[in-house]
Design a protein around this ligand. Structure first.
Ligand SMILES: Cc1cc2nc3c(=O)[nH]c(=O)nc-3n(C[C@H](O)[C@H](O)[C@H](O)COP(=O)(O)OP(=O)(O)OC[C@H]3O[C@@H](n4cnc5c(N)ncnc54)[C@H](O)[C@@H]3O)c2cc1C
Length: 302
């Protein structure tokens, strides 16, 4: 069996036929053929090499808080980044961190070091790698604002490469990494010195603005991007979608841009609900909602 061959080269943990719902915040996702937890970049290079040689799909997974994985599973190798890529250090007012560090942890570190700039990310449950991939943000701030450069391993030719801020092309929930599936390894963040008092107040203020989100139910965060000059949540609510349900998937009554899993939702339920919401918003406002979540797995085209 082709996937078993991966074990002989990898130093990190390798498991087969693993349910991905255990690794996603919306608790949905069928079996991955293999899940690897690489211990270092050489391990990552080995996995990339394996996937290229055997022609099997590859998925880098951070905290799984922005993905919907199909019930049919992922027909390839999933690389879980977070368990091992957790190093960070402070250098001349900058924080350099590996992709697996959570944003939550980074905010704590920057607060302790008297460095400001990350407070907007309070409450975003992702890893740094996932945040870079989508340029995660909140309240008119985003991670790209404070990035100096990002080191990656390219999947095309297995090279180490640095991307400057400009080369990454940060836009609204957009970066170049969505077009080129490189492994995001290390991120250099430029922060500014500030008093502990100021940083603490910023954190409290940003946390306060997030109170309308359904933080206690499984979800993948906002399903749709905000259309230009508007809010997806507002349009979805005005189109009468709050509380709409397909199977176990429900449009949150707290924040209409969230679909929550009421316990037994399938990816099919979520996809059907997405289509219903899109249709209603299109009909009422002529607006085409674009997905913010990343959909992965067999038959995932939408
Ligand atoms: C309750 C809740 C609230 C949220 N609030 C916000 C918010 O306010 N703002 C916001 O922007 N988002 C929000 N999100 C969404 C999510 O937390 C962010 O998008 C986050 O940045 C995703 O990080 P992750 O590690 O979970 O990425 P994952 O979901 O694991 O992955 C997302 C994408 O990034 C890729 N990726 C991850 N790591 C790497 C890597 N090292 N190298 C290459 N590719 C990688 C994956 O392949 C996938 O395509 C929220 C989610 C939840 C559940």
């Amino acid at each position: 069996m082709v996937f078993k061959a991966i074990v002989k080269d990898i130093k990190g943990k390798v498991e087969f036929d693993v349910p991905l719902r255990d690794f996603t915040s919306i608790s949905i996702g069928g079996l991955a053929k293999a899940v690897v937890e690489p211990v270092d970049v050489e391990d990552v290079r080995r996995v990339i090499d394996f996937s290229r040689n055997e022609d099997v799909p590859l998925l880098f997974l951070g905290n799984g808080t922005n993905v919907l994985i199909m019930d049919e599973g992922f027909p390839g190798v999933v690389v879980r980044v977070a368990p091992n890529f957790g190093k960070y250090w402070v250098e001349d007012g900058s924080i350099v961190a590996e992709a697996g560090v959570s944003l939550h942890e980074l905010i704590k570190v920057s607060q302790n070091e008297g460095l400001s700039g990350l407070e907007f990310a309070i409450g975003i449950p992702g890893s740094l790698g996932g945040a870079i991939w989508i340029n995660a943000g909140a309240n008119s701030h985003s991670i790209g604002d404070i990035v100096e450069k990002v080191d990656v391993i390219t999947t095309q030719d297995l090279e180490y490469k640095s991307f400057s801020k400009n080369e990454i092309g940060f836009g609204y929930r957009r970066t170049v990494f969505q077009e080129r599936p490189d492994f995001i390894w290390k991120v250099y963040l430029k922060l500014r010195e500030a008093s502990l008092e100021e940083i603490k107040n910023n954190i409290l203020e940003f946390a306060d603005r997030r109170k309308s989100q359904p933080a206690n139910l499984p979800s993948a965060g906002c399903i749709f991007k905000n259309p230009p000059g508007n809010y997806a949540g507002k349009l979805i609510e005005l189109a009468g979608c709050k509380g709409l349900r397909v199977g176990g998937a429900v449009v949150s009554s707290e924040h209409a841009n969230f679909i929550v899993n009421r316990g037994d939702a399938t990816s099919t339920d979520v996809l059907k609900l997405i289509e219903i919401i899109r249709e209603k918003v299109r009909r009422d406002f002529g607006v085409e909602l674009e997905l913010e979540i990343d959909i992965k797995g067999r038959g995932s085209r939408i």
